[in-house]
Design a protein around this ligand. Structure first.
Ligand SMILES: Cc1ncc(COP(=O)(O)O)c(C=O)c1O
Length: 415
């Protein structure tokens, strides 16, 4: 028996051999889930020369109309509206729900900057809430700091992990405010068998290239509320009676065109055609995300020195990112060491990297405040983000890619 202790391999940042030599696959390097059928669907739409969603055809014959009907089927929602981005989908939902401008809207301090930006776009003010050690919105903090000026709660399924919707929806009901879902990073993920984005008054999604459905830029909202939907349709730019196309059985009694501004947040036919084709294979893509994540998380669950982010319920995640904390070490160094091994990793709260997912970098909310004072507003979120390492997990990863990630994390953790 060999009684010698194993000597850790020399890290690449210290002159050793990296685990991998090829770039880590990510959407911005072209690792996207696009099939030949999707390309052909987009080409057919291009060749039709009908690019605007409101043309002479009835709604159910247009690409946007069909996409919306298919989204309703997929999500089990009464209504879906295809729009120009995830940010505009969320802003439209807030505006169409009639949240008075100037209201506070609660959202977590860990989210993509588009979440507070959508609140600002809707004329409201983000009210930032702490996240817990698993980076989920912290209901205890929200309850403790509740004020009657908060008129809605915007939960985020950040990096594909479901927020604790049972607790948050119960709390929103108790406070008598609507709950909206920023489900952008979790398109297709479920919590206890129900699709994320369908728990609140409305759910906003993106179809930007990094998302489960990808047309470069785009988004949609889903809701069961016909009044909200009708207002969102008008606000998105359905002018001169085009709203009627979305309501063949009669338009609900909302303020009509021009009582609301028209913001031109519509989707176009080319993108809708591409998305419709991708929607057919979405279950396959979701399986890839889920399988990759589960494989990696299972293999690394006993590695000392790291705490893998835990979902609020078994399987309640998409799997688009692998996030863990380094509670007692230097997460910035850990992420750098992983990069040296050939894995794209970021320390979310790094001082060296103005990551748009951490609240203290959202300077448009804080005027002249310095960083330390901003961080002091949410001290626990600051601590957890400073400990967190984030690795993107493309649905295109091979088993070999996943094995490289596992090997690299083990190697760095052992040093
Ligand atoms: C949590 C979250 N919300 C909103 C958005 C905005 O989506 P879009 O870029 O389509 O506006 C993003 C984009 O990545 C996001 O991650």
């Amino acid at each position: 028996m060999n009684s010698e202790r194993e000597v850790p391999a020399r890290l690449a940042i210290n002159g050793g051999q990296p685990v991998r030599h090829t770039p880590w696959p990510t959407y911005d390097k072209g690792a996207v889930f696009v099939h030949q059928d999707d390309e052909e669907a987009a080409l057919r739409a291009i060749r039709s020369h009908l690019y605007f969603r409101y043309d002479y055809r009835p709604q159910q014959e247009t690409e946007c109309g069909r996409f919306e009907a298919e989204l309703c089927d997929y999500f089990g929602s009464r209504h879906a509206l295809a729009v120009s981005s995830g940010t505009t989908a969320i802003a439209l939902a807030i505006m169409a729900a009639g949240i008075p401008s100037g209201s506070l809207i609660a959202c977590p301090g860990f989210t993509f900057v588009a979440t507070p930006s959508a609140i600002v776009l809707a004329g409201c003010t983000p009210y930032l809430v702490e996240v817990d050690e698993n980076l989920h919105m912290d209901l205890d903090d929200l309850r403790r700091r509740w004020t009657p000026e908060i008129k809605a709660i915007l939960v985020v399924h950040m990096r594909g992990f479901a927020a604790d919707l049972a607790a948050l929806t119960a709390f929103a009901q108790e406070m008598g405010v609507p709950l909206f879902e920023d489900a952008v990073p979790a398109l297709g993920a479920e919590l206890n068998g129900r699709k994320l984005g369908t728990f609140g008054l409305a759910g906003g999604f993106s179809t930007q290239s990094d998302k489960s459905l990808n047309c470069g830029e785009g988004g949609f909202l889903v809701t069961d509320d016909s009044m909200l939907f009708a207002r969102a349709v008008v606000l998105s730019g359905a002018y001169e009676g085009r709203l009627k196309r979305h309501f063949p059985d009669g338009v609900p009694p909302i303020d009509t065109d021009l009582d609301l501004p028209l913001l031109s947040f519509r989707m176009d036919e080319i993108r809708a055609a591409l998305l419709r084709a991708e929607l057919d294979r979405l279950p396959l893509r979701l399986k890839c995300f889920h399988d990759n994540y589960t494989y990696v998380a299972e293999a690394l669950k006993d590695v000392p020195r790291i705490a893998i982010r835990r979902p609020v319920a078994p399987g309640a995640f998409l799997g688009e990112a692998f996030i863990f904390r380094v509670p007692y070490g230097d997460a910035q160094w850990f992420a750098k060491a992983l990069c040296g091994e050939g894995i794209d990793a970021r320390n979310l709260g790094s001082d060296e990297d103005a990551n748009v997912r951490v609240f203290w970098n959202w300077r448009f909310l804080f005027g002249a405040m310095d960083r330390a004072s901003i961080q002091a507003l949410l001290p626990r979120t600051t601590r957890y983000l400073r400990q967190a390492v984030d690795v993107p997990l493309s649905s295109c990863l091979s088993v070999e890619d996943c094995d490289h990630l596992i090997e690299a994390v083990r190697k760095v953790a052992a040093t």
